[in-house]
Write a protein of this length. Structure first.
Length: 190
């Protein structure tokens, strides 16, 4: 018998001071049996970091959703689609192989990758040259200490606040908060 995903509910209040975006998001996250709390929380952080694009890219007329993730490797971890169904932003987390990332770059206007874990630097050194061509790909590193601390916030029902100021994400649940300073490894022009 196949194991089923575990469902998590999160009420996420986003205050993106850098982009003037303030909104509450009621989210449902399906955590695949092979997915860790750390990876799930990175998906949630990636959504928070890019929520402002609902306004700046789609003028409020789009959907920002979690994809099938580990259940379907051809689906993004998070995506922003406009009212026509066009994928404007494709977000991946982890350390994927080159081919799925390049394929995603052909399907979306912008592709963002958020790497985490202690092995991310080794992975990046091995793949950096292969990812130099896609012009719409940006790659960020979330420090391992921050990603592990975010995993401790994972609960089946979560009330979270995400504040983005001076390119730093502060994610908290009212009792604990974690500051996440992204390291930019590759930036798409524009």
């Amino acid at each position: 018998m196949a194991l089923k995903s575990t469902i998590f509910k999160a009420n996420l209040a986003v205050a993106d001071i850098d982009h003037g975006y303030y909104a509450d998001h009621a989210l449902t996250l399906a955590r695949h049996p092979s997915e860790t709390d750390e990876r799930m929380m990175i998906r949630l952080a990636a959504l928070a970091l890019n929520a402002y694009k609902l306004q700046s890219v789609c003028n409020g007329d789009g959907t920002l959703d979690f994809g099938a993730g580990l259940s379907n490797p051809d689906d993004p971890d998070v995506s922003l689609r406009d009212f026509t169904g066009r994928t404007r932003v494709w977000i991946e987390v982890g350390q994927p192989e080159e081919k799925p990332l390049v394929k995603a770059c052909g399907k979306a206007d912008e592709v963002l990758l958020y790497c985490f874990s202690h092995s991310a630097e080794i992975w990046w050194r091995g793949i950096e040259g292969k990812l130099s061509r896609p012009q719409n790909l940006s790659v960020y590193r979330i420090p391992a200490a921050a990603s592990q601390a975010m995993a401790a916030l994972a609960q089946r029902t979560m009330q979270l606040q995400a504040t983005i100021q001076e390119q730093t994400l502060t994610l908290g649940d009212g009792r604990h908060s974690i500051d996440v300073e992204l390291v930019r490894w590759k930036q798409a022009p524009g």
